[in-house]
Design a protein around this ligand. Structure first.
Ligand code: 3EB
Length: 331
């Protein structure tokens, strides 16, 4: 694998911020991912609203800042904002109107793939997926597994083993909207795997008819690492069912392992968590937020910032998942 990725100056920067409801988004914003209940900025095409309750940690919005002038546009159900190097896109499909979750995922992913391939930003780097009732349904009918089937069909074989880093998380808002947003680039990133885990795209059949199409992390630039949703999974098996504290420790060990892998490939990535690390902590049980926060504060260096969101995780025994942006490009 090549360590050469996009030039450092070209990477978008990512930060958590509290948005002032009455002031417009700054012009250099590529995307403002607003979590929780706030209704501000929805009219701005760069605003992506994720209806997951925020229950702790820092800030309510994740801002992706451009490295030059931003233009916005639409293509069918898909909308985007882009600078010269990067594109932030979002698609939200109503499941019943698209034939159910698997069909909606297939249509969303084939629309994304077609759009990106035809654009100046053909490389998918990082993608987030949110939908309702992720653990509903038995065995292969579980909605997460159905989502994976549709995603794999929509992406097609082209991207195999060059998958974007990803997060797939369940909402509980009772709204059957499949919501997907992503970062794409003119130049490729470098996908990374975690030596402690079987690559998700090689998971055995027991986890569903189609293996999940994502990489464990993406080196977006020489100084920016985006880590996929990471949970208490070693090899391919879930560890520590029923123990949130042990799942948090195992998850942190997985994140550490990915970071080590990233710095071995790209030495400009900061080797330790710190002020350049932003975590999103998805917790199945909101009532455990204070405990989780205390454990994270004990384990992580000061200065690491995190958001805690109440959400469902793709395997019903998993109580926590964490994704991460590390090594902010222009900070
Ligand atoms: C895992 O490691 C936990 O299907 O896009 C994490 C990140 C997980 C992304 C996805 C799933 C996804 O398998 C679940």
């Amino acid at each position: 694998m090549s360590a050469v990725t996009g030039s450092p100056a070209a990477a978008p920067s990512v930060d958590y911020a509290t948005l002032a409801p009455d002031s417009p988004l700054p012009p250099d914003v590529l995307a403002a991912v607003v979590f929780g209940g706030a209704d501000s900025h929805l009219a701005d095409p760069r605003c992506i609203r994720v209806r997951l309750p925020t229950i702790g940690g820092y800030g309510v919005a994740e801002l992706w800042r451009a490295s030059g002038p931003v233009r916005t546009g639409r293509d069918g159900p898909l909308r985007f904002a882009a600078d010269a190097e990067h594109l932030a896109g979002v698609i939200e499909l109503d499941e019943p109107r698209h034939g159910g979750l698997a069909a909606a995922a297939e249509q969303a992913y084939s629309a994304i793939r077609r759009f990106q391939t035809a654009s100046q930003y053909p490389h998918l780097l990082r993608i987030w997926n949110y939908f309702d009732r992720i653990n509903h349904g038995r065995a292969d009918e579980e909605r997460y597994k159905q989502f994976c089937v549709g995603r794999a069909a929509g992406l097609g074989p082209d991207c195999a083993e060059r998958y974007p880093a990803a997060t797939a998380i369940g909402r509980r808002d009772g709204t059957p909207t499949l919501q997907i947003y992503w970062l794409a680039s003119r130049t490729p990133g470098a996908p990374l795997e975690n030596p402690r885990q079987v690559s998700a795209y090689h998971y055995p059949r027991q986890y569903g008819p189609a293996a999940p199409s994502f990489s464990r992390a993406m080196l977006v630039s020489q100084r920016l690492l985006m880590i996929s949703g990471t949970a208490s999974i070693v090899g391919h098996a879930s560890r520590h069912p029923g123990s949130l504290a042990s799942q948090i420790d195992e998850t942190l060990a997985n994140l550490e392992s990915v970071l080590e892998r990233a710095t071995s490939v790209q030495p400009a990535i900061p080797a330790r968590w710190g002020e350049r690390s932003l975590l999103k902590v998805y917790l199945r049980d909101g009532a455990s937020a204070a405990r989780a926060e205390a454990q994270l504060a004990e384990r992580l260096p000061r200065g690491v910032r995190y958001m805690i969101l109440e959400a469902d995780i793709c395997r019903s025994e998993l109580l926590v998942e964490i994704d991460c942006v590390h090594g902010l490009s222009s900070g």
